[in-house]
Design a protein around this ligand. Structure first.
Ligand SMILES: [Zn+2]
Length: 152
């Protein structure tokens, strides 16, 4: 039986192997997407995957259930902050590093916030003080419940 690789969100890390049938089931349930397909092969409406990549939320839950820790992700930051800019409260589509990466700021829960494009551009590689921006809240490490996908 063909084995399909399961990769993390982003496809950087192999998490395990499942049968083709199991992998197709994951695509059907939309917990994973095709990372690499077998050229020219299909399984009903689906390409035959060589590897599938977990969607971010499922990967996050998997790490949480295995290690008890919520892995940092950009999508997670947006969800934690309810897709609102941490500076001006408008709709946020980007993630800003409070201490800029250029100044040694890390990509983690406590240094990253959701930001609108305007604030993100204004902040750029400046500190809060230099940019004249204030955070509406202190960024925190979320619990799984803070990251649940919104139902529309
Ligand atoms: Zn803003």
């Amino acid at each position: 039986m063909t084995q399909v690789l399961i990769l993390n969100a982003g496809g950087q890390q192999v998490l395990g192997r499942v049968s083709l049938k199991h992998a197709i089931g994951m695509l059907y349930r939309q917990v994973a997407r095709v990372h690499e397909a077998v050229p020219g092969a299909s399984f009903g409406p689906y390409p035959v995957p060589r590897s599938v990549e977990l969607v971010q939320y499922i990967y996050t839950r998997w790490v949480y259930e295995t290690t008890g820790r919520v892995p940092y992700s950009k999508t997670g930051v947006l969800r934690r902050d309810h897709f609102r800019c941490a500076y001006c409260n408008r709709a946020a589509t980007t993630v800003d590093h409070v201490v800029p990466r250029a100044r040694g700021g890390k990509s983690n829960w406590t240094n990253c916030v959701a930001a609108c494009l305007d604030c993100n551009r204004r902040k750029d590689s400046l500190t809060l003080k230099e940019a004249g921006l204030k955070l509406r809240f202190t960024p925190f490490t979320p619990a799984m419940a803070d990251l649940a996908p919104r139902r529309y």
